[in-house]
Design a protein around this ligand. Structure first.
Ligand code: SIN
Length: 497
C-alpha cells in the first residue's frame, strides 16, 4: 500500500467539513477533504430548508430559546460559544466570502421564524437554504489553493496509536490506502440510514461516530435522536416540509379535521419539535392521518420550492399536506470541547456527528447549519499546524466481493425495523432491552464478515450497526424521560395515553 500525507484530513463535505477545511486553509495549512459524496446532494447540509439562525441584536434571548427547547439540558457554555460567534461567522463566510443572497424585504433581511424561537431570526433563501449555501461553499473549497477534495472516497478506519489519531484508511473505487494527517476532522453527518423514514440523504450511516468509538473516543447523548414532525408522506418519496411553513401560519389537523396542537402546548404548532412530533404520531395513530393545513398562507408564493415538490407528486395542497414524523438529527455524538477536540489527541469532530452540548436532549430549529459553521471554523483553525507522523496502519484484508447476495440489504431492513419499533419517538424500557439483544446479534453477524472482507458497503453496515447499538444502549441506560428521549410504559401504550 502506498502512503499519502496531508496536514489536516477532513472527512465529510457538509457545511461543518467545509468550514473546517476553510478554517485550516486560512492558516496556510494543506488540507485534504475526503467525501463519500459524488454530488452536493450527498451531504445533509444541501437538504436544509428553513435556514440558519443568528443572534441578531439579542443574543441573550437566542441562548434562552436554545436552553428552553432542550428542556434545560443543553450545556450553557457551548450555547454561549454558538451564539457569541453566530453573527460574525455568518457575516464572514456566508455573506462576505460566499456571497449567499439571503431573502430580503426591501433593504432588510427577511428573517424567518420557526418553532420555539421567541423572535424571527432565521436567515433563509426560500425554503431551500441548504443548497444555496452548500453549492458555493463546495465550489469555494474545491477552488482553494490549499484544499484538495477527494470525491467518492470513504474513510474506513482511523489510524491511531496510544490515544493519538494519525489519519485514516481511505477507500476509492474499491482500492484502500492509509492517508496520514497531522490532525483528522470527522464531519461525517448523521444517522438517517438507521431508520426507515428520514430527512437525511442515503449513506448517513454514522461512519464518523463508529470509527471514533472504535478508536476509543468518548461519545455522549447518543439517545437523543430528533424526529422532524412534518415530513410529507403522500407517496414513497417523502420530503421535509419546513417548520418555516408553520412559522408562517400553517396548522396541523388530524383525521377528523380538528386542529389539535393548541390543546397540547401554549405555543401550539410552534411548540418544541419533540412535543409536536409526538403529538403528530399520536394523532396519526388515533385518527388515521395528520395534514398540514397551509390555507392560512399563500403557500405557492411563500414556499415555491415546496409547492413544486407537491406538484411533482400531484399533491393538492389545498386539501392539506399529509405529514408524519421522520428521523431528522442526532443531538448527541462524539464528545467534543469548544474547539471540536475529541477525547483523542489530534482527532476533531464537527457537525452532526459531534456532540458539542448545544442541543442537549432536543435541538432548536435552524441551529445545525450554524453549529457546523461555527465549530467547523474553530476546529479547522485549532487543527492547523500539527506535524504528520507515520505509524503502522491497521491491516485491512483484501477486498472479497463474495458477500452473500442481499446481505447488507437484509441486515439494514432488520436494523431499521428494530430502531423504528423500539428506539423511535417513544421508548419502552422493556423494548429497549429487546432492541439491545437483537442489535448485539446483528452486530455479531456483521463483524464476522468484517473480519474477512473489506468493502465500503460492508463498513457502512458495520458503522450503522455499531451506532444503532450505541443509541439503544444509551437509551436503555437513561431512565429520565426528557426531550427526544421519551419513555413510556407498556401499560400506557395499551391504554393509548
Ligand atoms: C426545517 O426547515 O424545518 C428544518 C430546520 C432544522 O432542522 O433546523
Amino acid at each position: 500500500m502506498s502512503e499519502r500525507t496531508t496536514e489536516v484530513l477532513v472527512i465529510g463535505s457538509g457545511i461543518a467539513g467545509l468550514a473546517a477545511a476553510v478554517g485550516a486553509a486560512r492558516e496556510g495549512t494543506e488540507v485534504t477533504l475526503a467525501t463519500k459524496a459524488t454530488r452536493p446532494e450527498g451531504a445533509s447540509s444541501w437538504w436544509a430548508q428553513g435556514g440558519i439562525a443568528i443572534a441578531r441584536d439579542d443574543p441573550a434571548q437566542f441562548k434562552q430559546d436554545i436552553l428552553t427547547a432542550s428542556s434545560g439540558t443543553a450545556d450553557p457554555e457551548a450555547v454561549e460559544v454558538l451564539v457569541e460567534n453566530a453573527n460574525e461567522a455568518v457575516r464572514d463566510i456566508l455573506v462576505e466570502t460566499l456571497d449567499v443572497k439571503f431573502d430580503t424585504n426591501g433593504d432588510r433581511y427577511d428573517f424567518g421564524r420557526e418553532a420555539a424561537h421567541d423572535e424571527a431570526r432565521i436567515l433563509h433563501v426560500d425554503a431551500s437554504t441548504g443548497k444555496h449555501i452548500h453549492v458555493p461553499f463546495l465550489n469555494y473549497a474545491a477552488d482553494h489553493d490549499h484544499i484538495e477534495v477527494l470525491e467518492d472516497t470513504a474513510a474506513l478506519e482511523l489510524i491511531h496509536h496510544e490515544g493519538r489519531v494519525h489519519g485514516a484508511i481511505l477507500e476509492t473505487d474499491g482500492e484502500f490506502e492509509p492517508y496520514y494527517a497531522g490532525a483528522t476532522v470527522l464531519a461525517t453527518g448523521g444517522i438517517g440510514d438507521l431508520y426507515p423514514r428520514t430527512t437525511n440523504p442515503n449513506g448517513s450511516t454514522g461512519d464518523g461516530i463508529a470509527m471514533a468509538a472504535l478508536a476509543g473516543a468518548d461519545t455522549e447523548d447518543m439517545e437523543y435522536v430528533q424526529f422532524h414532525p412534518t415530513v410529507c408522506v403522500a407517496d414513497d418519496d417523502p420530503f421535509l416540509v419546513s417548520e418555516a411553513v408553520r412559522g408562517e401560519g400553517a396548522v396541523l389537523r388530524n383525521g377528523t379535521a380538528e386542529r389539535f396542537m393548541p390543546n397540547i402546548h401554549d405555543d401550539a404548532e410552534l411548540a418544541p419539535r419533540d412535543v409536536v412530533a409526538r403529538a403528530v404520531k399520536h394523532e396519526r395513530d388515533h385518527t388515521g392521518e395528520v395534514v398540514l393545513d397551509v390555507s392560512p398562507l399563500d403557500f405557492e408564493e411563500e414556499f415555491p420550492d415546496l409547492a413544486t415538490k407537491c406538484e411533482e407528486r400531484d399533491i393538492e395542497w389545498d386539501d392539506g399536506i399529509p405529514v408524519a414524523p421522520a428521523e431528522h438529527f442526532l443531538c448527541g455524538g462524539i464528545a467534543v470541547d469548544e474547539w471540536g477536540r475529541t477525547t483523542l489527541d489530534r482527532l476533531y469532530a464537527v457537525g452532526e456527528c459531534s456532540r458539542t452540548g448545544v442541543h442537549g436532549a432536543n435541538r432548536l430549529a435552524s441551529t445545525s447549519l450554524l453549529e457546523g459553521l461555527v465549530w467547523g471554523l474553530r476546529a479547522g483553525e485549532d487543527a492547523a499546524g500539527s506535524d504528520v507522523e507515520i505509524i503502522e496502519a491497521p491491516e485491512l484484508l483484501e477486498r472479497d466481493p463474495n458477500l452473500p447476495p442481499n446481505f447488507a440489504r437484509e441486515k439494514f431492513i432488520r436494523l431499521r425495523r428494530v430502531m423504528d419499533e423500539y428506539v423511535g419517538l417513544e421508548r419502552d424500557p422493556q423494548e429497549l432491552n429487546r432492541a439491545l439483544s437483537v442489535l448485539r446479534r446483528l452486530k455479531g453477524e456483521v463483524d464476522a464478515y468484517v473480519r474477512t472482507r473489506t468493502s465500503r458497503s460492508l463498513y457502512e453496515l458495520r458503522n450503522a450497526s455499531i451506532t444503532a447499538l450505541m443509541i439503544a444502549r444509551a437509551a436503555s441506560e437513561n431512565g429520565k424521560s426528557v426531550g427526544t428521549h421519551n419513555l413510556i410504559t407498556t401499560e400506557s401504550r395499551i391504554e393509548g395515553d
